[in-house]
Design a protein around this ligand. Structure first.
Ligand SMILES: CC(C)(COP(=O)(O)OP(=O)(O)OC[C@H]1O[C@@H](n2cnc3c(N)ncnc32)[C@H](O)[C@@H]1OP(=O)(O)O)[C@@H](O)C(=O)NCCC(=O)NCCS
Length: 175
């Protein structure tokens, strides 16, 4: 865990947290991350996304983790989707791993990943799956024991409209 970074599980998402999480999402999209959104990115789109996520947290369908700096500002986030079809009770999806550009390359992503894996195990999950268009993220997952298992060309669009590939990863979790 990098010095002065704390990873916290958000049991509910209040207005202040939604604003901070929106700052992180907007920064990542404006920085070119392929995370479901196109340019122009707006605060309305970001806040709508986080309000939907908050309702899903309240229903127990997902876990949202936030990495906070020493001042308590949210600088990164990740989610574990717990609610999957009934024939996959052991599986979760890792999603929306986002670190603000100003906080990158200090181990925040690694700390979020470790915390997400622990939370998934605590929730009874033994298999996590994700896909990513980001080489930076791919190295993070590979370094932390995730298995790269497939690459689909032209899967999605970058925020500027350029087609991009996605790579799938999985990790078997052990207590
Ligand atoms: C992918 C992402 C989450 C990584 O976050 P991060 O906080 O920078 O991750 P880390 O700091 O753990 O690791 C990043 C790099 O910094 C290095 N690093 C970590 N701590 C460091 C330190 N104290 N000093 C120097 N380098 C350090 C890591 O070794 C790693 O190196 P690499 O680029 O050679 O792989 C971030 O780049 C991001 O948000 N990208 C945009 C959104 C996105 O695409 N997300 C993926 C969706 S699946």
């Amino acid at each position: 865990m990098p010095e002065a970074i704390r990873v916290r599980c958000l049991e509910t998402l209040d207005d202040r947290e939604i604003e901070s999480l929106s700052d992180v999402l907007i920064d990542c999209v404006e920085g070119g991350a392929s995370v479901s959104f196109m340019l122009p990115m707006s605060r309305a789109k970001a806040e709508a996304f986080w309000r939907t996520a908050a309702a899903s947290v309240a229903r127990g369908e997902r876990v949202v983790l936030a990495a906070e700096d020493a001042a308590g500002a949210i600088v990164g986030t990740v989610q574990v989707i717990l609610s999957l079809p009934e024939n996959q009770p052991h599986r979760g999806d890792l999603a929306k791993m986002l670190v603000h550009r100003r906080a990158r390359r200090r181990g925040v992503g690694a700390a979020l990943l470790a915390a997400a894996e622990r939370r998934a195990l605590d929730a009874g999950k033994t298999l996590l799956v994700l896909d990513t268009a980001s080489d930076d993220a791919g190295r993070l997952y590979g370094r932390n024991g995730w298995q790269r298992c497939g690459h689909i060309p032209d899967y999605a669009l970058l925020p500027d409209g350029t087609p991009c590939a996605t790579t799938f990863f999985y990790k078997v979790l052990r207590a």
